[in-house]
Design a binder for this molecule. Sequence first.
Ligand code: LMR
Length: 348
Amino acid sequence: MKRFVLSLFLVTTLLFLAACGSDEGSGGSTASGDGNGGDDIQELTIKFSHVVAENTPKHQGALAMKEYIESESDGKIEVEIYPNSSLFGDQDEYQNLAANNVQFIAPDLTKFVGNNPQFNVPALPFMFDNDEEAIAFWDGEKGQEILGSLQDDGVLGLSMWPNGGKHITNNARPIDSPDDFEGLKFRTQGGQVLESIYSAMGAGSESIPFGELYTALDQGVVEGQENTFSNIESKKFDEVQEHMTIMNHTRVDYAIFTNTEFWEGMNEATKEIVQAGVDEGTKVAREEAMSLNEQALETIRERGLVDIIELTDEQIQVFRDALEPIYDEYEDEIGADVYEAAREAAGQ
Ligand code: LMR
C-alpha cells in the first residue's frame, strides 16, 4: 500500500512538472492584465535572443528597444536580451520563436533562404553600396512582402536592421583577385547564392553557425569567412585569421522577427508600446551601424593581427565581372521583380 501511495505521488509530481514545462514552452512570455483589447498595459516578460556580441548594431538596437519599452511601460514590460547565442543559436532560434519560447530574434536574412529564396537579396554580389540602399529595398513594397513571407510558420517580420557590407578574411594567402580563392574553403551564413559565389571563384563553402565560427577558423575546418567589420572585431576573428580583404561584395542585414501569436495576444495599449520600442530599436540600429563598423575597422587596424588589403576600383571590377553570372543563375528563383526593386533601391 505504502509503495502504491508513493508511486501515485511520484506520477502526480511528474505530471505536474510536465504541465509546468509545457506551459513555459508554449508561452515564454507571460502576460497578465486585462486581456486583448483593454487599455491597461499588460505585465509581460519579453525575451530577445541574438547571436552577436554587445558592441554591434544589432545589440545596440535591442538595448534601445529594451530601454524604451521598459520606461514607457513603467516597468510593467520587462525585456530580457540574450546576446552571443547565450539562449538560442543559429540552429534553434527560429524553431523557438515559432514555439514562442522567445519573442524576438534578429537573424541575418540570408539564413532564411531555405524558407524563401528571396531572402538571398543581401547575398547578391555588389547589389548595394551602403546601408541606405539596402534599407530602401527592405522598406519598399517587395522587401516588406519578403519580410512578411513567414506567416505560415506563425512568424511576423517587423523591420529590417542593417549591419553592413561583408569583407573576406582567411588564413591561407592575401586575396586581391578571384583566382586567389582557388582551392580554399569558406564559411558562409548559408544559402545557395553565397555557395555559388565561392564556387564561381573555384572555392568551396560550408554553412557553420555563427557561435561555432571562431573555433572552426581556429581549427582549420575552413580557411576563411566573410563578415562585417563589427562581427570580425567583436568576435576577434582576426586572432585566428591572417588576411582581410575589404570587399563590400555582400551584406549582413537582419529581420526583426516576432511570434504572431504573442504579437496578436497583446492588447492595444501594450502593443503600441512594444511597436514603438521596435521602431526605436530600428532607428538606433540604422543610425549606428555605419559608425560601429568604422570603429571596428579602426580597432582591427590597431590590433594589427591581420594584414588588410584594400582593392583598387579595377580590382573590384574584376570581382564584379566574375560574379555577374550569378544574377542570371538565380533570376527565376529570386524573381526579376525582386531584382528590379533592388536595383531601383540601389539607384542603378
Ligand atoms: C554570421 O552568421 O556571420 C552573421 O550573420 C551573424 C550576425 O547575426 O550578424
